[in-house]
Design a protein around this ligand. Structure first.
Ligand SMILES: Nc1nc2c(c(=O)[nH]1)N[C@H]1C(S)=C(S)[C@@H](COP(=O)(O)O)O[C@H]1N2
Ligand SMILES: [Mo]
Length: 302
């Protein structure tokens, strides 16, 4: 696939300063977990450098159950997925429903880099330099109607190209959803690349969602359909185990998974030590997103 890095930032695409500042803070806090085991207090988080996880780790330790449930299955099998041509059906409560060709979408977007913390509900974490655009910009192409309250997403379902589909692990296709204000939030992005290169199939080529303050399973991969709706859409892991996986799934150190605590996370790294660090509220993006949940019981509505 062609190299898709575009470097021309339009004014509206420049990351707002508070996000940039917080990003530095947030990543710093992650890196402060240099205490090699246990949980010593992160020291002087703001002084730490941004250190993204290695390309090798980001692209070889994956969850993408359509290719198998092992962490190395996606890298082994995702090459079977044909990602060209690709289109995304955008339908429901939009002014311009239709099949949007991936290349047409790209030609209308300005690709930027966002270095985000990424936190799986299983407690591993990474720092990923994504390339992509805000989901809001894609939704603007289709023209969201005021009646829409939620956005539903669906992954490709191609048994011939996705060997994991032969087992009923979860109900296929993989589906996810966001409330409209979450979908429109400037942190919410569609990723088309990592480290300035096209996103590898195992990470959700050619386009996947990234919602950095939520557990990783919300960040649905290889999207083929986006539906604007006025009802809370079903989500894959919530259907599988509603008590364990909620619709919101905001990263929250104070709400244990029924089978494990979420107080700590392990930063994936190719070094000798897996660094255990404290989980941060909203994965470190509290300043940007807490207002979306004002007045909401974050233990009950999980
Ligand atoms: N379609 C689909 N999307 C998916 C998954 C999946 O199995 N299928 N796994 C989710 C989970 S549990 C995580 S943690 C992230 C992993 O993204 P990564 O492999 O790029 O780190 O993808 C999410 N998106
Ligand atoms: Mo996950």
């Amino acid at each position: 696939m062609a190299y898709r890095w575009k470097n021309t930032l339009k004014d509206r695409d420049v990351t707002p300063e508070h996000l940039y500042m917080n990003r530095r803070h947030v990543i710093g806090a992650a890196m402060a977990g240099l205490a090699l085991s246990g949980l010593s207090t992160p020291a002087r988080a703001e002084d730490e450098e941004l250190v993204p996880t290695d390309w090798e780790d980001i692209t070889s330790y994956n969850n993408f159950y359509e290719f198998g449930t092992g962490k190395d299955d996606p890298k082994k099998f995702a090459h079977m997925l044909t990602t060209e041509p690709w289109s995304v059906k955008i339908d429901g409560m939009v002014d311009r429903p239709g099949d949007y060709a991936f290349d047409d979408i790209l030609s209308k977007m300005t690709i930027e880099e966002r270095i985000y913390r990424f936190r799986c509900v299983e407690r591993w974490a990474m720092i990923v330099p994504w390339n992509g655009f805000e989901l809001a910009d894609l939704l603007d192409l289709a023209g969201v109607q005021s009646s829409a309250k939620y956005v539903a997403f669906e992954t490709a379902m191609r048994p011939d190209e996705m060997p994991g589909l032969s087992r009923p692990v979860i109900e296929w296709p993989y589906v996810e959803g966001l409330r409209m204000d979450e979908a429109m939030h400037p942190l919410t992005m569609i990723a088309t690349g990592i480290y300035g290169r096209d996103i590898p199939n195992q990470n959700g080529a050619p386009l996947r969602l990234v919602v950095p303050w939520k557990y990783g399973y919300k960040s649905i991969k290889s999207i083929v359909r986006i539906t604007l709706t006025d009802e809370e859409p079903p989500t894959a892991w919530n259907k599988y185990a509603p008590r364990e996986y909620g619709f919101y799934s905001n990263v929250n150190p104070n709400r244990s998974h029924p089978r494990w605590s979420q107080e700590v996370e392990q930063l994936i790294g190719s070094g000798l030590f897996a660094r255990k660090i404290p989980t941060q509220m909203f994965n470190g993006y509290e300043e940007e997103v807490a207002r979306l949940y004002e007045g909401m019981d974050l233990i009950k509505f999980h």
